[in-house]
Design a protein. Structure first.
Length: 107
């Protein structure tokens, strides 16, 4: 079994403490975000609700508490002779499955 030197042990303890502090801060932010969301959901005026939502989102972005993901729908058109075209869950065409029904149509 490998023995850990003093420097390795102190590095491990340092990172453990840093992760614990980050976890505590994230728990505080989560609790605060829950309160903000409860508050904005209780708001009867839509424009004020939207402002509160924008402020909540801005704060969470600044804290790097979440990553915004986007999904874009794309339509593609192809020649009628091109067969087997399928789009995978990531939106990419699976070229391996493509084949030509009438290759002379491209000549």
């Amino acid at each position: 079994m490998k023995e850990w030197g003093l420097k390795s042990t102190s590095n491990i303890l340092y990172w453990k403490e840093m992760l614990n502090e980050a976890n505590v801060e994230m728990k505080k932010l989560t609790s605060q975000a829950d309160r903000w969301i409860d508050n904005l959901l209780a708001e009867p005026v839509e424009s004020v609700r939207r402002q509160k939502l924008d402020k909540t989102e801005q704060t969470l972005r600044e804290e790097h508490a979440f990553i915004v993901l986007a999904h874009k729908s794309v339509r593609a058109f192809s020649h009628p002779s091109l067969q087997g075209g399928k789009v995978n869950p990531r939106g990419w065409v699976e070229f391996i499955d493509l084949w030509l029904h009438d290759p002379s149509a491209f000549l």
